[in-house]
Write a protein that binds this ligand. Sequence first.
Ligand SMILES: [Zn+2]
Length: 396
Amino acid sequence: MSTENNSDKLYNDSVKILSDLIGFKTISGEDNNSIIDYCEKILGNVGASSFKVFDNDKKRVNLFSTLKSKKKNGKKSIIFSGHTDVVPVTKSWSTDPFKATIKGGKLFGRGSCDMKGFLACVLAYVPIFSSENLDRDIHFSFTFDEETACQGAPLLINELKKRNIKDSLCIVGEPTNMKIIDAHKGCYEYTTHFHGLAGHGSQPDKGVNAVEYASKFIQKLMQLREVLKKRKPKDSVFNPPYTTLQIGGISGGIARNVIADKCKVDWELRPVVKEDGIFVNNEIDEYVKKELLPEMQMVYPKSKIEKEVIGEIIGFNREKNSEACELVSSITGDNSREVVSFGTEAGLFQEIGISTVVCGPGSIEQAHKVDEFIKLEELKKCLKFLDGIKEKSKFN
Ligand SMILES: [Zn+2]
């Protein structure tokens, strides 16, 4: 077979696999066992060894597969990392979101760009990786529930630590149009619940007004927001350069003349450094424990303030000489480095010492949207990139 035919076959395989992947309705939080089994089968067919890491009720699962190199002490292994979940859909789609539809050079479907397109390219490439005699291990990390504050990946990362898989380079294939992303802020999300004591509005001293305590809590957060600006790192790569803090919502109370016994505050932090996240949490927890709660409990001992952690996606930090970025640059010839505003699993790999880069096909512009699509040429670009990885992984 000519090279031309080989690359046609590869491309057709990737489209077929992407269509299959889109057919699995893997909205975050739902069972993803069948998509993981599908991926494991493709990998298992060529002799990759896999392990799974489940959530508590075995409903959702991460997969980690390895194509072992026959050579001992070869080059650093490479991890291709992606999430299998997708965000929910609305009724306004013009095609069936869980059926791949090709139109005008684009493939439509939920997850086509974020990020089943990358998974499909990598899976289509698996037989080639396995048939070439590569001098490094190739790993595949497929997680669940990335879109809901990276709930799956930390379980897998723990397992990698246990198995001592950390001498690796990691490519997180989130949609970047195959550009190199080497940093993003963290994203910490919280809801704080206030439980006070209801009463008649005419006698505020006899109740504990949850809404009023929530507003004091917000005031404190607003003060901390100003402190965060002053803590801005000298050479921050972000815009704005400091850690931000924001109140997303507040709700509580039932009527103007009733003391509100319940209130909740939704808030988020986008740390530029991990220390800022620790700082804000320490300060606000301390304020709650030492000032707010004692005041509330003086009137009503059963008063409560509870912080619910929705998710804490750690940031991904720029490194001066990132091996992973350099590997990608050496293949694509693109030496640019960019930051993005969305969170990924990259920081989790980086945290255990794995050099990591975010680079994948498709554009974030189309992610999470109605009529999500990936341009077919992006799939081709990604496959070409994988050719480069193969070349960089041969014996020499
Ligand atoms: Zn994503």
